[in-house]
Write a protein that binds this ligand. Structure first.
Ligand SMILES: Nc1nc2c(c(=O)[nH]1)N[C@H]1C(S)=C(S)[C@@H](COP(=O)(O)O)O[C@H]1N2
Ligand SMILES: [Mo]
Length: 519
């Protein structure tokens, strides 16, 4: 390969990447006019998430934690860049092969957008327009690399050929600069548009959290280093499939209760507030993907309305046994009807620790059901409750191999000292949390190495649906030691020691940490 053709190839690859970036930029810019979810990368990413095999999902959550979504977007962008570079080369060598490749990728993206759960055909438009612009940019840049058809053979007129090269390179760089500028402008424009079109931050700021009629705790909760009883909203774990956080305006929100009911109900927020009494409940949410000792668990004071009352107004059929809830972005959960009507504090929550729900935690309305993992109960941005049966309907995660029912397993965690830390000989505070929502915690015990189980001190408040803080003063002796914790629920059942992975119905086993005691 001569150096000119190598440069030509590099320029062609760059042209492909720039053309694709401009296409994605245009799609990103236009998407909010249709729906944020219709942006090309968001739509493709969403389609990938919904189809990802369970192994890939677990890997992503365990490797990237709550950064799994940015990691996915980076991965998709990298794959697109490689494809786009290939398209650039193809266009350079065999036009219109690159344009055809662009069109194919664009059509695939448009299909991904138009088939998102809540999409209509308009969702394809931002991607299609983006691809059209990207194709034009690619063609324009490639034309600037290819030598002009020149009647004078190059060998006979080396001077002309050379000056053509220099001028050609300039033309390409100018073109590339222009496309690069376009990428920047569409990207920044897209960010700016999202601040004005469909943004619910102002709506949320004006949202009034109702005053509860009950009081959940009298005592100020005790705290431990590192683990407050109430998890601040900003620190609360976040798990969902939403690549772009749904923006649901409280004025436009409504909930439909339908399916196997006597009376179908549609209720908006004003009516919900008017016809129901708000109450508070402190409930610990847990993700089924939480590993033993993991941090996909948080405790908040939720303010909301009883699901039991709302369902009673609709009149569920006697042979119904499930409520399929759906979010504004089409995610679903299947909850046992009994869990929503048996008297526990199952609610439509509108407040979290005295504030409107944070947007990423479900603003303006989500479900909170004590005792069940989030994937079968905690629907954020909830808009529909369909009363149905487990043998008729399937929810998002159950179609992917997770258990139909997801009661939370009794668990306990050591938070201090940190795993593998070193502490001084003598008195060391060991502490953490334990939870068995619906049953409560009657004891938490700690074991040093293979020693006997020792009772720890339980810290109030003591609420059945919230985690319980515990601590224990350890008279630590020099050397390397293992600390293990177990909880005993309010019915006297000790937490199981059997180690299970989180698939299909939640991890189990005892949290054990190693600590070095300095002499
Ligand atoms: N709309 C929607 N709601 C959802 C999910 C989701 O993916 N989409 N994930 C569920 C899962 S798996 C969990 S564990 C909880 C987490 O709630 P949080 O993000 O407020 O902590 O939300 C649940 N509600
Ligand atoms: Mo979850």
């Amino acid at each position: 390969m001569s150096s000119t053709s190598r440069q030509g190839a590099a320029a062609a690859a760059l042209a492909g990447i720039l053309g694709a970036a401009l296409g994605v930029g245009v799609g990103y810019l236009l998407a909010p006019l249709v729906d944020r979810g219709s942006a090309p990368l968001t739509a493709v990413g969403g389609a990938v998430i919904d189809r990802a095999p369970e192994g890939a999902r677990e890997f992503a959550i365990s490797t990237f934690g709550t950064s799994d979504k940015p990691a996915l977007l980076v991965l998709i962008a990298l794959i697109m860049a490689v494809l786009a570079a290939c398209a650039g080369l193809a266009e350079y060598r065999r036009s219109p092969a690159g344009l055809v490749l662009f069109a194919l990728i664009g059509i695939a993206g448009a299909i991904a957008a138009a088939t998102r759960p809540t999409a209509d055909i308009a969702w394809a438009v931002p991607t299609l327009l983006g691809v059209a612009v990207g194709m034009a940019a690619l063609r324009g840049l490639i034309r600037r690399i290819q030598p002009r058809t020149d009647p004078v053979p190059r060998a006979a007129a080396p001077g002309i050929g050379r000056s053509n090269d220099v001028a050609g390179r300039r033309r390409f760089l100018l073109g590339a600069g222009a496309v690069g500028g376009g990428v920047l402008v569409t990207g920044l424009g897209g960010v700016a548009l999202r601040r004005s079109v469909g943004d619910v931050r102002a709506d949320r700021a004006a949202f009034d959290v109702p005053t509860a009629t009950n009081s959940v705790t009298s005592a100020a909760p005790g705290t431990l280093p590192g683990t407050p009883f109430i998890t601040p909203n900003a620190d609360f774990y976040r798990i969902d499939t939403a690549l772009t956080v749904p923006q649901v305006d409280s004025e436009r929100w409504s909930l439909r209760i339908h399916g196997m009911v006597e009376r179908e109900i549609r209720i908006d927020l004003a009516q919900l507030r008017r016809e129901n009494t708000a109450f508070d409940a402190i409930v610990t949410l847990t993700c089924v993907s939480n590993s033993v000792g993991g941090d996909l668990v948080g405790n908040a004071r939720w303010t909301g309305y009883r699901l039991r009352d709302l369902l009673a107004a609709a009149g569920p059929a006697t042979d119904a046994d499930m409520v399929l809830s759906t979010s504004a972005d089409g995610w679903t959960a299947g909850t046992p009807l009994a869990a929503l009507t048996d008297g526990r504090d199952a609610m439509l929550a509108v407040g979290m620790n005295g504030e409107p729900l944070p947007i990423e935690h479900g603003y303006p309305v989500r479900m909170v059901v004590p005792g069940l993992y989030g994937y079968v109960s905690a629907t954020k941005w909830v808009v529909s409750l369909e009363v149905t049966r487990f043998d008729r309907a399937q929810a998002y995660w159950t179609t992917l191999g997770w258990a139909e029912k997801g009661p939370i397993k009794t668990s306990s965690r050591i938070d201090v000292p940190r795993p593998n830390s070193s502490v001084s000989t003598g008195s060391v505070t060991v502490g953490g949390v334990a939870w068995a929502q619906g049953r409560g915690i009657s004891a938490v015990q700690v074991r040093v190495d293979d020693g006997p189980w020792q009772d720890t001190e339980l810290i109030d408040p003591d609420l059945v649906d919230a985690w319980r803080l515990w601590k224990w003063e350890w008279d630590a002796e020099p050397g390397r030691h293992q600390l293990t914790v177990r909880a005993i629920d309010g019915e006297g059942n000790p937490q199981t020691e059997a180690q299970e992975p989180s698939v299909p119905d939640g991890a189990s086993g005892l949290d054990t940490i190693g600590v070095t005691v300095r002499s």
